[in-house]
Design a protein around this ligand. Structure first.
Ligand SMILES: N[C@@H](CCC(=O)N[C@@H](CS)C(=O)NCC(=O)O)C(=O)O
Length: 203
């Protein structure tokens, strides 16, 4: 299959994990920088691709898509199976892959947004910030229990599920999520962040 893929991105943003996924998959693509600090995401030609005016935005043979989570699932299903980086359709692992990816962006992501909002208000210790911190600690406990049993999210081998889940967990650590209480998560994040495809900001 040879689709023309274009990733609209900005360094150190929600688009970075998608750039890393494309690198892990070795999918030929074009990368177009959208300077979100200069407001380029609000240009009409960009809003025609993504009415939200956000990166990442991806086009596939000219057809646009938005939301990083949707891109992780699309890239995994389309390019990952042949490369051994995404489970085949119809397997129990495929169900787990989808579940954990959605869990990270939606369930864990909701608490992350709550903590982020409290931080933005300058009140991370208020009721919202404290509740978000506690909820994240509990959710990280689920992840830690899984990673105590196996080195990677789906078992013995790295997959794009590690990249998807790890990118959300990594950002949450940056804003103060209690990763230090979860030693398996911390060790897994170290392995993940050492991968060449995660050094994408330098390229
Ligand atoms: N839910 C979206 C969030 C995307 C997002 O918030 N992108 C930010 C960069 S990290 C952005 O483009 N901000 C520009 C703006 O809001 O004007 C996703 O996961 O793709």
């Amino acid at each position: 299959m040879s689709q023309k893929i274009v990733l609209y991105w900005h360094p150190m943003s929600s688009a970075s994990p998608i750039a890393s996924a494309l690198a892990e998959l070795d999918v030929p693509h074009e990368r177009v920088k959208v300077d979100i600090r200069a407001g380029e995401q609000r240009r009409p030609e960009f809003l025609a691709l993504n009415p939200n005016g956000k990166v990442p935005t991806l086009t596939v043979d000219g057809a646009p898509m938005f939301e990083a989570l949707a891109m992780h699932l699309f890239l995994g299903e389309t390019y990952g199976v042949d490369k051994g980086l995404w489970p085949a359709e119809g397997t129990p692992e495929r169900l787990q892959a989808m579940s954990w990816c959605v869990w990270s962006y939606v369930t864990y992501g909701a608490q992350l947004m709550r903590l982020q909002a409290a931080r933005d208000m300058g009140t991370p210790e208020d009721a919202h910030g404290t509740a978000a911190h506690k909820a994240m600690d509990e959710l990280l406990g689920l992840l830690d229990a899984r990673l105590a049993q196996q080195p990677w999210m789906l078992g013995d081998a790295y997959s794009l599920v590690d990249l998807c889940v790890g990118s959300v967990i990594g950002y949450s650590a940056y804003i103060g999520a209690p990763l230090q209480n979860h030693k398996h998560v911390t060790a897994w994040m170290g392995q993940l962040q050492a991968r060449p495809a995660m050094q994408i900001e330098a390229t």
